[in-house]
Design a protein around this ligand. Structure first.
Ligand code: LUZ
Ligand code: MOS
Length: 752
């Protein structure tokens, strides 16, 4: 994977937030957080901390000039806990000192007098006690209740998926700098500069035009900075505003892992009904989402889960129920896939279960039920341009799946202690924020009089390559060399009211706004060129940095054209806005057309399992992915590979554990294992051919999240190998399937 930042990254020249040179008088913050998962605060004793070495100030909820509130969707999340605490790691106070270490030391001098209460950690228990974040929701299609009795086979089961730590390389950080007239500039490691601006404004009781948020780039985010960069940014803003000095906060790796939310764990129930051939007639799913202590983005995430409950299949009778359950854990948050992986794990578990009972291959049931154009999702939308069947068939044919299965079966017959497993994983992911209003973006493009171009958008570069794509779109639209175009830092003063760079839509939305802005400038320039060359604007084109008249290269270069336009007093700047057309959703009737389009693809995963040790290695994953007309094949393949491996980690290795008191036990890389280069399989990925997408910029398709879903296939490949060794046992669909879990499955009877 290679993008416009790569050479500077490799040389160590790229500036991340903590690399920005310290402004004069910079102070450092450190945060005091709750040691218990649930309790009532009797007293916060800060006097020792105030007297600490180098300490300038200590802040609590009492020092907030505006509202003590940073909830993204519901107003249920204080910046600093005042009377009650709801999770271990919840911020209570902030120390500001001359040096980072002084601030950290003073934090340890804060004493808390607290009455501890028993925490609730389990989502089913939370639901039973009525502790929902919002009323439960239900999607229905057809008539589930009437259809069960006509089914040949009806199966039920329970499924669990665990949390996942984002582990972005750059921890959460922020720096706020006060300016005259009470204004503030905030540098934040956020995917959502406008959210930071809005919440800082609310907490400080300042209008939004007093707060400017800037982001150069993030060292990874994966959703972990969509909402959860906000508290740290607002805290530095509070301190900078009160002290009139620049303040910086950088969480240590340990703090970051302990204080911030992760992917939502889900506990789910399914009931699936099939006819004798393997056609799925009915599906009923209940999702218990473990939301953690406050709403954060949980209700939006649950909505996306519900929309993905049928993955890429058409099922005529469906009922999906979703419950967002409040517990005493750090608020779980956005993570690549945004709830879809959790739901897709449930339907794939149900299909795997059905395949075992019916004696079919899971891929047989999958292929029978894949979406065709015009098929309806449980949320009312009908699929257009479905690539579900095409990518499935293409993958099976291209990679000779039949032979894989034969080879595997032969191998397993010949080997007693080593078993192989294979799975097929079709995916379907809806593109657009499910909250329709978020599907908008702005761009501001300047052409300077020397012909150089600056592009401003709301997109955040977090390593995914969005700036490389926007640069390509701008250069191609204007018909000039990429070297003439520069993507500016993202700044709320340049492009306002931005949506988070999220939902895989960064390039779709900001790319389209940039294209619109460039088109405006281009049409003005064509008039100037037509005047100069004495022809009609419609005869003019700009290509390779030159003006063409009726397809013939003229004498006029880009630079000369810009000079001429400037001298003729033509506006060389443009602001543009893009709003995805045609999408809507009605929560009352639970129906609509929430997505601009869907992304499809199929992965085939092969694993080898050592049945004495419980250890496994994924040999190979081969993918056919629907990337539309890729804006940048290297970036898109990088996203496919990265997403796949991250998804594999979620369902196999990554085990987030809390103890009975709600304390995180896996708070470092010695106890929390993520995939590394040795774990990664050999990956082959190809783009589905002839896959133009009329619904997105330059016929492309969003790439960020969908490939994560391929990783789910690794669970089912593993289960295939495990049951080859123990065909007598029933699988429990509980991820992650760590080597420890595998060993327990294979040898439960003889383990201590
Ligand atoms: N964020 C959001 C998202 O606010 N709404 C969404 O639908 C979404 N989807 C994926 C990732 N982030
Ligand atoms: Mo995201 S999970 O697109 O921030």
């Amino acid at each position: 994977m290679k993008n416009i930042d790569t050479p500077r990254h490799v040389r160590g020249e790229s500036l991340f937030l903590d690399d920005i040179s310290a402004p004069d008088g910079l102070l450092h913050a450190s945060i005091f957080t709750s040691p218990v998962a649930r309790g009532n605060i009797a007293k916060i004793e800060c006097s020792d901390a105030r007297n600490g070495d180098g300490v300038v100030a200590v802040f609590t909820s009492e020092d907030i000039p505006g509202e003590n509130q940073i909830g993204a969707i519901n107003p249920d999340e204080p910046l600093f806990a005042a009377k009650e605490v709801h999770y271990v790691g919840q911020p209570i106070a902030m120390v500001v000192a001359r040096h980072r270490e002084q601030a950290r030391r003073a934090v340890s001098l804060i004493r808390l007098d607290i009455d501890t209460l028993e925490p609730v950690l389990d989502p089913r228990l939370s639901a039973k006690r009525g502790q929902l974040i919002a009323p439960s929701r239900m999607l229905c299609l057809g008539d589930v209740d009437a259809i069960w009795k006509t089914c040949n086979t009806v199966l039920e089961g329970a499924v669990e998926t665990g949390a996942q730590e984002h582990l972005y390389l750059e921890p959460q950080c922020s720096m706020a700098i006060p300016h005259e007239r009470n204004r503030l500039k905030i540098f934040s490691s956020t995917q959502a500069p406008t959210s930071v601006q809005k919440h800082a404004s609310k907490v400080l009781a300042l209008p939004m035009n007093h707060i400017e948020v800037e982001v150069a780039r993030l060292g990874g985010a994966f959703g972990g900075k969509e909402d959860q960069a906000t508290p740290w940014a607002v805290m530095t803003a509070l301190a900078a505003s009160c002290l009139k000095r620049p303040v910086k906060l950088v969480l240590s790796r340990h703090e970051d892992i302990r204080y911030t939310g992760k992917r939502h764990p889900y506990a789910s129930d399914y009931k699936i009904g099939l006819d004798e051939n393997g056609n799925i007639l009915a599906l009923e799913i209940t999702l218990y989402q473990n939301a953690g202590a406050s709403a954060d983005l949980s209700t939006a995430i649950l909505e996306r889960s519900m929309f993905h409950a049928t993955n890429g299949y058409f099922i005529p009778n469906v009922r999906v129920t979703g419950l967002s359950c409040r517990t005493n854990l750090p608020p779980f948050t956005a993570f690549r896939g945004f709830g879809a992986p959790q739901a897709i794990f449930v339907i794939e578990s149900a299909i795997d279960h059905a395949a075992r009972v019916l004696g079919h291959c899971a891929s047989h049931i999958q292929s029978l039920n894949l979406l065709k154009d015009g098929d309806q999702f449980p949320y009312g939308m009908r699929v257009e341009n479905s690539k579900a069947r095409r990518s499935f068939k293409d993958a099976q044919r291209r990679y000779n799946y039949k032979k894989d299965v034969e080879d595997k079966n032969r191998f397993n017959a010949e080997n007693a202690l080593i078993k192989r497993g294979v799975s097929v994983m079709p995916i379907c992911f809806g593109i657009s924020f499910t909250s329709t209003f978020l599907n908008q973006a702005g761009a501001l493009v300047h052409v300077y009089s020397d012909g150089a171009v600056s592009v401003n958008t709301g997109a955040i570069e977090m390593g995914q390559g969005v700036n490389t794509k926007i640069l390509a779109i701008a250069a191609q639209t204007l018909g000039i060399d990429r070297d003439l175009v520069l993507i500016e830092n993202t700044n709320t003063g340049k492009v306002a009211n931005t949506s988070p760079t999220a939902a895989s839509s960064g390039a779709d939305l900001n790319g389209k706004a940039s294209e619109n802005a460039c088109d405006q400038i281009l049409s003005r320039l064509k008039k100037v060129a037509a005047d100069k060359l004495k022809c009609k604007p419609s005869e003019i084109a700009i290509r390779d940095g030159h003006v063409f008249q009726s397809k013939k290269r003229s004498t006029l270069s880009w630079q000369e054209l810009i000079q001429a336009a400037y001298v003729s007093r033509v506006n060389l700047s443009a602001q543009a806005h893009y709003a995805t057309p045609g999408i809507f959703y009605d929560k009352e009737t639970e129906s609509g057309s929430p997505f601009a389009y869907h992304v499809f693809g199929t992965a085939i995963t092969e694993v080898t399992l050592d049945c004495l040790r419980g250890t496994y290695s994924f040999d190979r994953v081969r993918i056919v992915h629907d990337a539309g007309e890729s804006l940048d094949p290297l970036i898109d393949r990088g996203q496919i590979e990265g997403g796949l491996v991250q998804g594999m980690g979620w369902v196999t290795l990554e085990d987030v554990r809390y103890d009975a008191e709600g304390r995180l036990q896996t708070d470092s890389l010695s106890t929390y294992k993520i995939p590394d280069i040795y774990f990664a399989p050999k990956i082959e990925s190809v783009f589905l051919p002839n896959a133009k997408n009329p619904k997105a910029v330059m016929s492309s398709k969003a790439i960020g999240e969908p490939p994560f879903l391929y990783g789910v296939g690794s669970f089912f490949a593993l289960v295939d190998a495990m049951t080859a060794y123990r065909p007598d046992k029933e699988i429990t669909y509980k991820a992650p399937m760590t080597p420890e879990q595998v060993l327990a499955f294979l040898h439960e009877e003889v383990l201590p």
